[in-house]
Design a protein around this ligand. Structure first.
Ligand code: ADP
Length: 272
């Protein structure tokens, strides 16, 4: 009789397929070159335009584990490197995601890195320059990053926040890849793929999103993202009336101001 572990191995699901990512330029090749040459990468672009999906796709393609950290204004260096915790009466050191990624030769993705506290940049500097080391003051270790380790960060320069911008000394440690919303045909294909809505029904949604994006800087801080388009299309595919889905997923997430929302609705009506 086969051992239970043999049986488990036979019914184990196949490895996850590559996360779907539609490239819009040379970003995949550029990322691979950066990875092979141990260069850190900064992804710049508006929210919801595919940066996170791109990293997931590239990590799977390169066969590396991926640690994603959504940075926020309370995130400290210790949240990335690790800390001593009390476990069963004993104090034990627990690695943070950056330390784990360095030890395992993984890719670590710091989403919206400018949101993090200032001390985070201090730990990033030695792993992002040619030293490629992570000093852990608390444990006295100096970890040398293996060739497979890669640091990727993202940043949305569109937010007009002078206090939250990357310092040149940090920005100049990264190869930068610029992201933007895909061109209309590519975006229609992405939205159809992600939502399951027929391509011809995605066309007017993408048209509306582009009309709304043209308002950026006038009434809006950010235009409608590809993510919001996928939400709208998903609702429509599930039977929600297009005008309701558009209002809920494309217009209301953009503003809280009733007058601005009225203007956005007019723009959407004209583009539909
Ligand atoms: P960001 O990290 O830039 O905020 P995401 O990567 O989370 O944005 O993208 C939001 C969603 O938009 C994804 O979950 C995916 O459904 C879709 N998307 C955007 N761009 C692409 C693309 N180029 N290929 C595939 N899906 C995309």
């Amino acid at each position: 009789m086969p051992a239970l572990s043999d049986f488990a191995a036979k019914i184990a699901p196949p490895l996850d397929p590559l996360p779907f990512y539609a490239p819009s330029g040379v970003e995949c090749a550029l990322f691979e070159h950066a990875y092979r040459n141990q260069l850190p990468v900064l992804l710049k672009g508006p929210t919801g335009c595919g940066k996170t999906r791109f990293v997931a796709h590239m990590a799977a393609r390169l066969g590396r584990p991926l640690y994603t950290v959504s940075c926020h204004d309370d995130l400290t260096a210790a949240d990335l490197t690790g800390r001593h915790l009390l476990k069963g009466g004993e104090t034990v050191w627990v690695d943070g995601p950056l330390t784990r990624a360095v030890r395992e030769g993984a890719i670590v993705y710091l989403d919206e890195v400018v949101e993090a506290r200032k001390d985070v940049t201090v730990v990033l500097h030695p792993v992002t320059d040619d030293r490629r080391v992570l000093p852990l003051e608390r444990t006295g270790e100096l970890l040398a990053a293996p060739a497979e380790f890669m640091l990727v960060a993202s940043y949305n320069p569109g937010y007009q926040n002078v206090l939250k911008t990357l310092k040149p000394s940090t920005r100049q440690r990264f190869v930068s890849i610029q992201f933007d919303f895909p061109d209309p045909d590519a975006e229609v294909a992405i939205v159809a793929h992600e939502s399951g809505l027929a391509t011809d029904r995605c066309v007017p949604l993408v048209r509306i999103a582009n009309a709304l994006r043209d308002l950026k800087g006038q009434d809006l801080e950010e235009g409608a993202s590809t993510r919001l388009l996928v939400y709208a299309a998903t609702l429509i595919r599930d039977g929600v009336k297009p005008e309701i889905a558009i209002e809920a997923a494309l217009l209301h997430p953009l503003s809280d101001d009733p007058e601005v929302l009225k203007a956005l609705a007019r723009v959407a009506d004209l583009a539909f």
